[in-house]
Design a binder for this molecule. Structure first.
Ligand code: OGA
Ligand code: MN
Length: 305
């Protein structure tokens, strides 16, 4: 039976639910209808799935070449049964964490911005969900750039940002790294602050994560002040959409133009997610790229007036 794909926007600045039936039997035609929804809405939610790890891997491959995200390891958790899948969980097995990110708040970030070639897409599949907390939130970084006050936009023109790789987004020190004492000396690559999306051709604000970030070439206090202003703008509550999970949900998001965050939850409850991720390109800014906001950002800016 041919399943029609329907796309229902969240009504917020980002995100849409995609109804496409069981993703294990998604036809190539239907898959071609899901992909543009991801480019248009930056995050898609697909509910009611029941997948084994190999099935999740097969679905993830529809979005690109899978990446093993080796630096996501803290060195403390159980070995991965499938190198493509990262377990995000607070559950312990015989005292050993089965995954990463515990039950902590996960600060706003874009996955793997601390690599020369960060991820394009990430996807989380929910196996066990606590009764409350642990919601995952998103912001639209095309929109953040488009609505950025002119004065701030002028101050970041042509600048690059250094992305620290010392800590993960739950604040855990990665295996083999020392605490950061000077943001200018923190290890990690530099990327343009305004990034041209390689598929849509539109510009987005690319901030990575706040802790230990540094805007190259500025005195540290000026970099801190400018970063604080950019972050306060990008993560304004009215720009956010938070998803309340159910087991069987899949969320897939585009790290090149969206940031995400997780609320903390009560560690007395179990949360188990399996994550897949797709390899991406080196971030670039193309001055010759398409001018103006991503069409969806333009619609939102118009609606907000
Ligand atoms: C991730 C992540 C947040 C969550 O897996 O990249 O940030 O809600 N997870 O578990
Ligand atoms: Mn993440």
């Amino acid at each position: 039976m041919q399943m029609t794909v329907t796309v229902k926007p969240t009504g917020r600045m980002i995100g849409a639910e995609v109804r496409c039936g069981d993703v294990r039997s998604l036809s190539d035609d239907a898959s071609r209808a899901v992909y543009p929804a991801l480019l248009d809405h930056l995050v898609i939610l697909i509910r009611g799935q029941s997948l084994t790890d190999p099935e999740l891997i097969a679905f993830g491959r529809r979005f690109g070449e899978l990446d093993f995200a080796p630096l996501a390891r803290t060195g403390k958790e159980k070995a991965r049964p499938h190198p493509e899948i990262i377990v995000v969980s607070n559950v312990l097995e015989n005292g050993v964490p089965i995954g990463v990110l515990r039950d902590a708040e996960v600060v706003w970030h874009s996955d793997n911005s601390y690599r020369e070639t960060p991820l394009s897409y990430s996807g989380l599949y929910a196996l066990e969900i606590p009764p409350s907390g642990g919601e995952t939130g998103y912001v639209n970084m095309y929109h953040a750039l488009e609505t950025l006050p002119r004065e701030l936009r002028a101050r970041i023109e042509g600048r690059t940002l250094k992305h620290d790789l010392t800590y993960n987004s739950a604040g855990d020190l990665r295996a083999g790294f020392q605490p950061v004492t000077d943001v200018r000396a923190a290890p990690g690559p530099s990327h343009p602050i305004v990034r041209t999306h390689p598929e849509t051709g539109y510009d987005a604000l690319y901030l990575g994560r706040r802790p230990n970030a540094y805007i190259n070439g500025l005195p540290v206090d000026e970099s801190e002040q400018l970063l604080n202003a950019l972050w306060a703008h990008a993560t304004r509550p009215e720009f956010q959409w938070h998803h309340t999970w159910r087991a069987g949900d899949i969320l897939i998001w585009d790290n090149r133009c969206a940031m995400h965050h997780r609320n903390p939850f009560d560690g007395g409850h179990r949360r188990i997610m399996h994550r897949i991720q797709c390899a991406g390109d080196r971030p670039v800014h193309q001055p010759s790229g398409k001018a103006g906001p991503h069409p969806r950002a333009a619609t939102l800016v118009e609606a907000a007036r």
